[in-house]
Design a protein around this ligand. Structure first.
Ligand code: IMP
Length: 454
């Protein structure tokens, strides 16, 4: 069977931890979208591993697959694999032949276009994600399978590179270097292809995963980023260029929707909101320069909100894994979660980071929005309308800090009563049961209510 893990907010909900706690029963972990814009930290046998492409399960001896919906930077892939090997691990990573390749010119163009876009910039990770998906949709991309066939690779590069060079030089007025040099690109990427072939890493993803399922294996489909930065269902244009939502799990893995639908879809919820990037955020506390629209700094910001934001940011370690940028923080946004629960069809919830809010006298939640004078319970379809939404806050009594590891060992009823009231409000509003509650960053600090593989 499959279990699909989906971020229900803006990314960074703690998906890696959930993949981890349910991981023991899993044989194969497959990512279905995104690339090295996703950052996750895995702690294994006391050692910390920072990964952005290799699925975290690969550190724990599971087979990790990068599905056809992913965009793969081979340089990052092999760097991560080599680092894991140097540390004595032997990760088994497979890559879909249909996945698209991030080339150096994609990264260069990501940076150039972000600078040019000004107010419309999404605050991307500059990993070349958007430009690679653009080429995929424009039918001028290079796929992993092409790296294994030098003639095809050469033909693709000869067609596309002059266009990219002209775009950078003539439209954006930038100088270009070796990132746009056909011969150099051909040599480097042909070698990556050889390595992929020599190490037997490429697969026909859907066929491979289906055969594992038919053989009785448990497969986990691991989404990166989150629903509100999904290119279709998110806050366009401040989004990533793929589909982190559950529909992406079928398209991006090659498994049929009925296969994915017969399994479980677990929505990962952070108990408050965090955001790396630009665009509106109705429940935002304080703000972050360069990301919050019209941020006017300490002079204009509400001092209490700013202080609270700094507290939550520091307690929750809300700094980007990939970029180190401070994340914007806000109260939980229920209209965002109702939208996510519907778009993904969640069968269960994992709610993380309730320990981060411990110690606050009261905890607030954006229960609904007022949009142009009307109350609304879900997100409007345009980001401009979302920017006009004012959150109507509900207040919950806070809970104190306790020995969270002991709570995790004892189970759900050991969670402080006020925190349980908060959790049950979320579950009731989303009409979805709680499967797990994250009470700390460690592997042992999770209350497991339901194991989807049992
Ligand atoms: P891109 O995916 O690098 O193109 O960035 C597009 C938007 O998605 C930006 O606002 C990024 O900050 C955001 N984003 C991309 N990956 C992640 C992630 O893993 N966590 C949170 N935000 C992300």
């Amino acid at each position: 069977m499959t279990v699909t893990i989906v971020g229900s907010q803006l990314g960074d909900e703690g998906k890696g931890g959930v993949v981890d706690i349910y991981g023991d029963a899993v044989d194969v972990v497959a990512r279905y979208q995104g690339g090295d814009n996703a950052g996750h930290t895995v702690v294994h046998d006391g050692t910390k591993y920072k990964l952005s492409l290799v699925p975290s399960g690969a550190v724990r001896g599971k087979i990790g697959v990068l599905g056809n919906g992913c965009v793969v930077n081979p340089e990052t892939l092999f760097d991560e694999i080599d680092t894991l090997r140097e540390r004595g691990l032997d990760p088994d990573v497979r890559v879909a032949e249909r996945a698209h390749v991030i080339l150096p010119y994609h990264r260069a163009l990501d940076g150039i276009e972000e600078d040019e876009k000004d107010d419309l910039a999404a605050g991307t990770t500059k990993r070349g994600i958007g430009p690679t998906y653009e080429d995929k949709a424009g039918r001028r991309g290079v796929r992993i399978g092409d790296l294994l066939e030098p003639d095809v690779l050469r033909e693709r590069l000869e067609y596309v590179v002059p266009q990219k060079k002209a775009l950078a030089e003539e439209v954006f007025g930038k100088e270009t270097g070796k990132a746009f040099d056909i011969d150099q690109l051909f040599e480097t990427y042909r070698e990556y292809g050889e390595r992929l072939a020599n190490e037997g890493m490429t697969v026909d993803c859907g066929t491979y995963l289906q055969s594992r399922i038919d053989g009785g294996d448990n497969v986990m489909l691991e989404g990166a980023q989150g629903t509100s930065i999904d290119i279709d269902h998110g806050i366009y244009p401040y989004v990533t260029s793929s589909n982190p939502t559950a529909g992406g799990a079928t398209v991006g893995s090659g498994l049929g929707p009925t296969v994915v639908g017969q399994g479980e879809v677990i929505g990962i919820v952070k108990a408050y909101l965090s955001r790396v990037g630009t665009g509106p955020l109705p429940t935002e506390l304080g703000g972050v320069e360069g990301q919050t629209p019209n941020y006017d700094g300490a002079a204009g910001a509400d001092g209490d909100a700013e202080e609270l934001a700094t507290y939550i940011r520091d307690e929750g370690g809300e700094y980007g894994t990939v970029t180190g940028r401070p994340r914007r923080v806000g109260w939980l946004d229920m209209p965002m979660l109702r939208h996510a629960a519907r778009a993904n069809g969640f069968t269960g919830l994992a709610i993380n980071h309730i320990d981060v809010l411990a110690g606050l006298e009261e905890v607030k939640v954006g229960h609904s929005y007022v949009l142009d004078g009307e109350e609304t319970l879900t997100m409007p379809p345009t980001t401009e309308a979302w920017g006009r939404c004012e959150a109507t806050l509900e207040t919950f009594d806070g809970w104190s800090n306790v020995d969270w590891e002991a709570v995790a060992a004892e189970g759900y009823d050991a969670i402080p009563e006020n925190a349980r009231a908060y959790l049950e409000y979320i579950a009731d509003e989303l009409e979805t049961p709680i499967y797990a509650v994250g009470v700390g960053p460690g592997r042992e600090e999770t209350v497991i209510v339901e194991d989807p593989y049992e």
